[in-house]
Design a protein around this ligand. Structure first.
Ligand code: SAH
Ligand code: SF4
Length: 323
């Protein structure tokens, strides 16, 4: 899809035209401008010449998961994943091509950052699935760090929200960040009901810096301070993602340390079993249970992420593994 020239083409059109076109693309789900019969023939022809609604995607499917490998107009590739739950469909979208942050356990980190995605390129990842089935939830948990592409992510969220477009409520949208403090602060001032998730993965700065180089810039103490301010402002729950990696961060000592900093009525810990990216190993289920039970006994709210998509390299941290 390439909407780069859209603004230029409708420049001289009345203001409502933009809304009308947005509705055609994101709600009526047209796949060709020929279907846009509410527009004049001349406008349709111009749009056809200068923009494209085609999405260049290759699909990979396993039981409850469908992955789309999308080739962008400049040839770069991104991945988005549809997860089918019993009662809802969730799309996991990428916010950047690659990622600059280089977390040791993540395949995307190995790519480095190629560039930010535009808002349209973020929406294209939802559209590619919505054209064949309804989508209820969006998570910014694909490739890239959403808060390092803040403006485009927010612009995309506004269109996801828009009742003339996707009409997905903010409460059904989640953003996952490594803890970019400026982003957390900005989000708290948006007056948006989106869900915030923080990738924590370690209970202290020393261990965290070892697996997440960005920790040297943003300490746990400062991240938690920013999160508490966010909670004060929004009164919303915050989820902390903790990927359990064998013999790295999965001992009872780490559970004890984690319990100490996670004791807050609006904090929720989400445990994720490490998905293979070659570097590390996943803990045994027994170790995961022990870690989880220790937290529960300590009064921490804990959930465990249902794991799927591994067989088509669509699980957390595996995007663009095969390249
Ligand atoms: N860059 C953002 C969002 C994308 S990653 C962030 O890091 O939060 C979405 C989640 O998957 C993050 O919590 C990330 O740490 C986690 N993840 C990355 N690699 C993983 C792996 N190999 N196994 C399990 N989870 C992983
Ligand atoms: Fe980037 Fe998130 Fe992967 Fe870290 S885990 S390298 S921040 S995408």
């Amino acid at each position: 899809m390439n909407l780069k020239n859209l603004e230029k083409i409708i420049e001289k059109e009345p203001a409502f035209r933009k809304k009308q076109i947005q509705k055609l693309i994101y709600q009526d789900l047209i796949t060709s401008w020929d279907e846009a019969t509410v527009l004049s023939l001349k406008l349709r022809e111009d749009l056809k010449k200068e923009t494209s609604l085609d999405i260049n995607a290759q699909f990979f499917e396993s039981k409850d998961v469908k992955k789309a490998l999308i080739t962008l107009s400049d040839g770069l590739q991104i991945e988005a994943v549809l997860m089918r739950h019993e009662d809802r469909n969730t799309v996991c979208v990428s916010s950047q091509v690659g990622c600059a942050l280089g977390c040791k356990f993540c395949a995307t980190g190995k790519l480095g950052l190629k560039r930010n995605l535009t808002a349209e390129e973020i929406l294209e990842q939802v559209l590619v699935f919505e054209r064949s089935e309804p989508i209820n939830n969006i998570v910014f948990m694909g490739m890239g760090e959403p808060f390092l592409n803040y403006d485009n992510v927010l612009q995309a969220i506004k269109i996801l929200n828009n009742e003339n477009a996707f009409n997905i409520g903010a409460r059904h949208i989640s953003i996952s960040t490594v803890g970019i403090i400026e982003g957390i602060e900005k989000l708290s001032n948006e007056n948006l009901q989106v869900n915030l998730a923080i990738s924590i993965h370690a209970p202290n700065n020393i261990l965290r810096s070892r697996i997440m180089p960005i920790s040297k810039k943003y300490s746990l103490e400062n991240i938690l301070k920013a999160v508490d301010k966010y909670i004060e402002k929004t009164n919303r729950k915050v989820m902390f993602e903790y990927t359990l990696i064998n013999d790295v961060n999965d001992s009872i000592n780490e559970a004890r340390e984690l319990a100490k900093i996670m004791r807050h009525p609006l904090y929720l810990v989400n445990l994720i079993k490490y998905n293979n990216t070659k570097e590390f190993k996943a803990p045994s289920n027994e170790k995961i249970e022990n870690f989880k039970n220790y937290l529960i006994k300590g009064g921490i709210h804990v959930t465990e992420r249902f794991r799927f998509g591994g067989d088509i390299h669509a699980a957390c941290g595996q995007l663009c593994l095969k390249k």
